[in-house]
Structures are given as C-alpha cells and as structure tokens.
Design a protein around this ligand. Structure first.
Ligand code: M6R
Length: 605
C-alpha cells in the first residue's frame, strides 16, 4: 500500500527520497512521486505512473535536484482514480505539496465546495481535495493552524507529509488511522510510513500519535498537540538493514522462508522455561485466557489463516472453542462480544486497517484484547490490552510466510500453556509438545526447505494449470486455505481450498481429467478418510499430489514430511506449501515479491 518518505538534512534530498521509496517498493505500488525545494527555494514536483524507474527517468531532466535538501516522496497504490501521472502524489498548489496514505471519505463534498471557490482539480484522487483545502486555509492562517483546521474537517484515515512554499527548512506531518513515524538522524531527519524506508540511515525513531503535528527540521523535531509541545520517547528499531535486504537470495520470499527455523526459535525461546511454556514475562492475563469459555480471533488474509490453525490447536490441546473472524466482516456484523470475552488480533504489520478497526470495536464493547503482532510499536500493538510479539524480523515479500509460521508456532505454545493449566494436557505431554515445537519443528521446517529440487518438480506438475484444489481434513483443512491463498496470490493460478469430505456435495463437478488436487494428509487418524477422498477425485481424472507423513500409494506423487509429532506437522507442511507456491510463481515468470494488484500492508478498508 502507499508509502511515504520525507527527508531534511545536508544530503541531496532527491537521492535520499528515491532511496527511501526504493525501500518501500515492497509495500506494493503503481506510481511514484517527489516534491522538493530547488536551488532558490522553489517547490519542484516530479511524478510518474508505473515503476519508480519511470519517475527517476523524469528526474534526470529536472535541474536543481542536487542542491535540494528537503523534500517528500510517495509510492501510490491506487484507490481513487487509476494509476496515472496526474493521480500520483504529491498533490498541491504553488503554495504547498502533500503526500497522503489513507482514504479521505468526505472528499467529494470538499471538492465541490472548493470548485465553487474557483479551484480546478487535476486528478481523480481524494488526496487532492485535502491538499487544496489546506491551500484554502493557508491563505488566511499560518501553516500549523491550517493543518489543524484541515484535520478537523477531514473524515477517514490519513498520514500526511507536507511542505509549504517559503518554508524550505521544515516538513510537517500529521496522521489518523494510518501509520507514520519520525526518523531521528544525525544532522538529518525523516518522516516515513514504516521503518524500512529509513533503516539505511538511522534506526532511531519516534511514533507520531493521533492528534499530534510534527514539525521536522534538520536540527530538531517539534511535536505539538493542541499547540503545546509534547516530549516523545525516541526508540531504536531492533531490525537492521541486512534484515531488510535480500542477502543473496533471488527473492525476499525465498529468503524469508529460509529464515523460518530461526524465527520459530527466536519467537518461542524467551517463552519457554524448564521445558514448559512460560508467558509470565508478558503482560498477559493467563488466568483469564485459561478460564475463558471461548476465544475470538480476528485477522485478515494469511494472519486469519493462522487463526484457523489456532482454532484447531486450542480445540484439541486446551478444549477451548475459538471463533475465527475475518476482520472486515467482524466490523460490520454487530459481533456478539463484550465484557468477559477475549479477542485476539493477529497481524504481521500491526497496521491492517480492518484488523485495527476490529480491535477498536472489540475494546469499545468491553472485551479484553490480545495482539499477536510482528512490528514493534505498530498501531495494533500499541492499542491492544496486551501484546505477544512474534520475532520474525522484517517481512518484505508481499506473500506472508515466516510471519504465518511464527504466528502459528506461538499460538501453538499458548494452546499448550492453556491445555496444561486446564488439565487437558499432562505435564509430560505439555513438555514433549513444547520440545517438539521449539526444537524439532525448526529442524523439520529446515528439512523441507532443503528439498528444493523435489519441490521444483512438484511445481512443474502444476505450473500450467488453470485451476486446482487443496483438500484436507481437520487442521489440514485450515492449512489448505493458506496453501491456496499463497498459490493464488503469487502465481495467479486459480485454486480453491476445500474440506475433503465436502467436495462431493457440489464442487467435485469441477474435477476433470488432469485437474491437480493437493491432498494434505498430516492427521494420522484421518488418513484413511483422505485416501477415500483421493480415490474419489482420481476416479474423475484428477492428478493428486499428497503432502503426508508417509507415501500415499493412491496419489500420483507424495511429498513426505519429516517425522514430527503429528499435531505439529502443519509447520513443515506449511513450508512445503509456501515453497510449492514460490517455485510455481518463479516457473511462470511472475513477480514473486510484488504480485500484481497487491500491497504488503493494507491500511485502507
Ligand atoms: O499485516 P497483516 O498480517 O495484518 O496482513 C494481513 C493480510 O493482508 C496478509 O496476511 C495478506 O493476506 C498476505 N499478502 C498474504 O500472503
């Protein structure tokens, strides 16, 4: 989704902006632009639809870039208006330029009013309405007052970076419901939509909170709330540039899958003591969790699929029923949650708009909220009553892989903890499962990763298909959803995840000779049932690839999983599905890390 960068300091600001925008490319975008102060303080704007390279090409014919020391930049992911030069950010007038992440919901009315006042609009965007309204206020007020008036008038979500003509020594920033941080450098400062944009220059940053306006100069940062200066804590990001680079791998996705064994260990290690789960170091109401009559999990996409796995685990290991909600549905279905309920929000980025809104809704209804989040200090992490951080490091590829692996591992450990406290698991069983999770699971995932050639061959079997099916029972049904999503999003092959026993109630009509079916068979007591389902689809000509602990003779091919407690076999199986999607995407020549139409962090609803 859209990315924001702003730079002020001694360096050529255009170079710094382009560097920041390149680091933000992973978020997904369709156009890019910058605005900066030229040699004599004039505001120069350059923007272009398409890849960043298009804008860089345009910049070559613009003079004044090398003497610029202050500017703002943006990568746009279209919401209002197609990707085009005109719709790209920055937007503004001779008096100001502005970049925006989020959606201005009342832009149409504002646009009408401003048109009546004589403003002419160049784009179809909601952002331009905000920029021109700011221009209107700025005609009578100073910059800070004009920004404050703007924020009072806008409905929706925004993170703005703003530069005003005649003020080449400062960048203004303000936000609501969309993330924005202020990067603290040495004789230079930044604004950014996320830390990866500035990691190559600084790891120090402070969070801009809602209702605050930042005035960022090269030698200092002032943050004001209702006109009064507020002191902010300067934090240091734990991530480094290396973690956000490809490190010799052809794609971030592959690198991130390879990081999974380590990420599991890092995430679980600090939460285990004496061989048993230990969440005492967390601000977590373990008693409430243990005594809960049911749990709610709310999330989007892959994070929601991690919730589906957690549902199976809490059911089996702790006998706690879990309701899993898609955040965008939870928000508008008047959910039956309230005091006494625990709502868990799972999110890699911690900024997904629907998940954040669901968290706020759950809180407003009196429920206790727990966040399982990867990005430290993100909105969801800050607003939840308690937070369990996954320690996966930055996930850059749009397709979520290691985040899912650590979310499911961490929730598995939590389920073991609850199961032990509730007397569902014996101490010996809890100990054995904890050991399998923290030691054997990383090894097993590593073993799957090392079988690249086998996975490439399997990818070769499906790469030319138009449609395929992922089937499974029990936890494998949850896993099938993720396998299918992964394949769809990066290889553009249509696929469906189905409960294996449900196919014959309609969908089996879609199986024709040659249709690939990926059959997940990690649950020993359900293998017999799966074999019957495999026979059913084989009888209609399907080509079956089984992913199972032992060879399935009825399948056309089996990827046998490493030995592990079957309750945790979903972990190596997930790695296999991720790699299957990865190799299929590569063999089809798709843009693995930046699939079409997608954004990494979905900050609009
Ligand atoms: O940052 P989040 O975990 O909240 O993101 C949720 C989804 O947008 C995300 O998992 C998405 O489905 C991934 N692209 C899937 O690979």
């Amino acid at each position: 989704m859209c990315g924001i960068i702003g730079y002020i300091g001694k360096d050529n600001s255009v170079e710094r902006l382009v560097e920041g925008l390149r680091a933000l490319e992973y978020r997904g975008y369709d156009s890019a632009g910058v605005a900066f102060f030229g040699e004599s303080g004039e505001l120069i704007r350059v923007k272009a639809a398409g890849r960043l390279a298009n804008m860089e090409e345009k910049l070559k014919s613009v003079s004044g870039t090398s003497s610029s020391h202050c500017g703002i930049g943006h990568t746009r992911w279209a919401t209002h208006g197609a990707p085009s030069d005109a719709n790209s950010h920055p937007h503004g007038t001779a008096a100001l330029q502005l970049v925006h992440n989020g959606i201005i919901e009342n832009y149409a009315g504002i646009r009408e009013e401003l048109t009546a006042l004589g403003y002419v609009f160049e784009s179809d965007t909601d952002t331009e309405a905000a920029a021109k309204l700011l221009d209107w206020y700025r005609r009578t007020d100073d910059s800070l007052t004009a920004i404050a008036r703007l924020t009072k008038r806008l409905c929706g979500s925004y993170a703005f970076g703003i530069v005003f003509a005649g003020e080449p020594d400062r960048i203004y920033a303000v936000r609501k419901d969309s993330p924005l941080i202020i990067g603290v450098g040495d004789g230079e400062n930044f604004i950014a939509s996320d830390i990866t944009a500035i990691l190559s220059r600084t790891r120090r940053y402070c969070q801009l909170d809602e209702g605050e306006i930042a005035v960022v100069k090269s030698d200092g940062i002032t943050i004001l709330k209702d006109g009064v200066r507020v002191e902010k804590e300067i934090k240091t990001a734990l991530w480094d540039t290396e973690a956000a680079e490809r490190g010799g791998f052809p794609h971030f996705m592959l690198k991130e899958i390879h990081e999974e064994p380590d990420a599991i260990k890092k995430t679980l290690g600090p939460r285990i003591s004496g061989g048993l789960p230990d969440f005492s170091g967390e601000k977590l109401d373990a008693k409430a969790l243990t005594e809960a009559s049911r749990l709610h999990i709310v999330a989007c996409g892959t994070a929601m699929h991690a919730g589906l796995i957690a549902r199976e685990l809490f059911n089996r290991l702790a006998r706690i029923p879990v309701e899993v909600w898609t955040a965008s549905e939870f928000r508008y279905c008047d959910p039956l949650v309230g005091k006494g309920d625990i709502v868990t929000i799972i999110s890699q980025s911690g900024e997904t708009a629907d998940s954040l809104a669901a968290l706020r809704l759950a809180k407003s209804k009196g429920a206790k909220t727990l966040a399982v989040v990867n990005v430290v200090g993100s909105s969801i992490a800050r607003e939840a009553d308690s937070v369990l951080y996954t320690l996966a490091g930055p996930e850059i590829a749009v397709a979520s892989t290691k985040a899912y692996t650590v979310q499911t591992s961490l929730l598995a450990l939590l389920a073991v903890d609850c199961g032990l406290r509730r007397g569902i698991l014996s101490e010996a069983d809890a100990r054995a499962l904890t050991n399998e999770l923290s030691c054997r699971a990383p090894e097993a995932v590593g073993e799957v990763i090392s079988r690249a050639e086998e996975l490439k061959l399997l990818a070769g079997r499906i790469k030319d298909s138009e449609d395929l099916f992922f089937i499974g029972r029990g936890i494998d049904c949850a896993l099938a959803s993720e396998g299918s999503l992964k394949l769809k999003e990066i290889s553009y092959i249509h696929s469906e995840a189905y409960a294996a026993g449900e196919l014959k109630h309609g969908t089996i009509s879609l199986i024709v000779p040659g249709t690939p079916v990926i059959a997940l068979c990690t649950v020993p007591e359900l293998v017999g049932k799966m074999v019957s389902n495999i026979r059913e689809v084989k009888a209609r000509g399907a080509e079956v690839i089984a992913i199972a602990s032992d060879i399935i003779a009825e399948a056309d091919a089996t990827l046998t999983l490493p030995q592990i407690d079957p309750r945790l076999a979903f972990l190596p199986a997930a790695a296999a599905l991720q790699l299957l999607a990865y190799h299929t995407s590569v063999s089809r020549g798709c843009d693995v890390d930046k699939p079409r139409n997608l954004a990494k962090s979905v900050t609009v609803e």
